[in-house]
Ligand binder design. Sequence first.
Ligand SMILES: [Zn+2]
Length: 87
Amino acid sequence: MATVHGKIVEVMNVSKTVVCISCFKKVTPKIDKVGNCESCKVMQFLSSCLLHWYLRVLVQTNENEKRRLVCLIGGAQYCLVIGQREL
Ligand SMILES: [Zn+2]
C-alpha cells in the first residue's frame, strides 16, 4: 500500500469505466442498457454497475517540494493509489 501526502497541483487525465458488481472487472456494453463482465461473464444492467474513476494527477509533496506523478482509482467511497513515480 502506498500513501502520498501533498497537494494536487495538476490533474493530467481523467477517465471512467463501468465495473462488475460482483468481481469489479470491466463491463462491456452489449445491448441497450445491458453489458457483460469480461471476467465472470455475468450479464447485468449498466445502471446497477459500479463506476471506477481513473485519475493521473501531479502531486507536490511536502518533502523538499518534490513532484510525483500519481495514478488513482476509486469510486464515491474510496480512492486508491495504483502507481506513482517521482518526476
Ligand atoms: Zn464480474
